[in-house]
Design a protein around this ligand. Sequence first.
Ligand code: SAM
Length: 387
Amino acid sequence: MYESSYSKNDYLEHYTKHNISPVRQNIFDIKSHILRRASLYRTLGLLPSSFTGKKVLEVGPGSGFNSFVNVQWNPSKYVLVEPNPTGVLHIKSLFNEQYNSKIEIVNKRIEDFFPDEQFDIVLCEGMIPGLKNKEQILTKLDSLLKDEGVLVITCADEISMFFEIIRIFFAHKLTKDLNGFDEKIQVAINAFGSHLDTLSGFNRLKEDWCADSLFGFAHFNYDFSLKKCAMFLGDKYFIYHTSPNIFTDYRWYKELPLTPKEFNQHLIDQFDMRKHNLIHYQVITPDREKERNEELLNLCKQAMLEVYNSVKYDDSDAEKKLIDIIGMMQKNLVDTDLKIINALKEIQEIIENKDYTVKAINSKYMCLISAFGRGQQYISLCKSKNI
Ligand SMILES: C[S@@+](CC[C@H](N)C(=O)[O-])C[C@H]1O[C@@H](n2cnc3c(N)ncnc32)[C@H](O)[C@@H]1O
């Protein structure tokens, strides 16, 4: 009865069905992990000292591998709201006795969390893009943050996720006749492990990446671009920083607009001209017309829909439609880089020849192997105060 008031949650459905929290990282080299996280926050305008003595809320921490770093910067309070029981188990086993006393774990959805205080910093990483009720969650996060506090969230959209969505298509083709989840994951590791090996910074467990990124349905909700985020929060929040930092701002501080909406507009305009650079993490090409990028976005949306139809309904027309869409993408992206065009051609070739084998996906298509988008982008935002 209570459950029915919730919006459908594709993460929780997938994670609880298989008793997983597939976000574990290899932190054997703990020093590098801490430095990497500190570097991310620095890019977002937050130093370790920004956490010290502050009340911090982290929403959807998963297995707690990132929280583990933040806690060492001595916030006065650190609350983790994580509804997945397996995630909570992982957090408890990761935090040793020294740090267990420094955190409060709330095993609930954020929708059901009603504290009697607000926080200085609210973190919500890798969660909002995969939800259907994004606006409800953003409104909730806003209600939990103090004026002049900092909100850190992640964005991911159809362009930045394009190559990952295509991998879902191939993963489905490779595993649709298998019944066991573990068996599917093993096939996926064999097929895509070589792809992940091309990412020098990759430190997530491969089985977790496969379980999270290739199965389940959360990825089909990924329509949360930096622009959408700025449009939704933009009346109240100043965009602070992003990672990767795709913006430039030469404005003289004395001429900066003083309201968030006007301040952010300059960055939103840039996003419209630069979003093609989200498609491949190794490629940066000059600004393009807004209309051209809008067309690219629409093509990526169509591709996502066809992959969804194939995975969910086994729609046999999806293959032909994908070949056409990817052909149009090549025309749209012709002014960018051969890395992208060749990867798109390889995808067409695999589909045309129905070359759906682990061996082919693993090692035959050399441009596809290293084709990854700029996945999720981090954004920090400062909540303004009415003065
Ligand atoms: C993709 S994982 C990201 C985990 C972690 N933040 C990271 O970046 O590694 C999404 C997390 O959000 C949690 N989650 C999903 N819906 C939630 C909700 N309504 N409230 C709080 N957490 C939620 C999931 O249980 C999961 O731990």
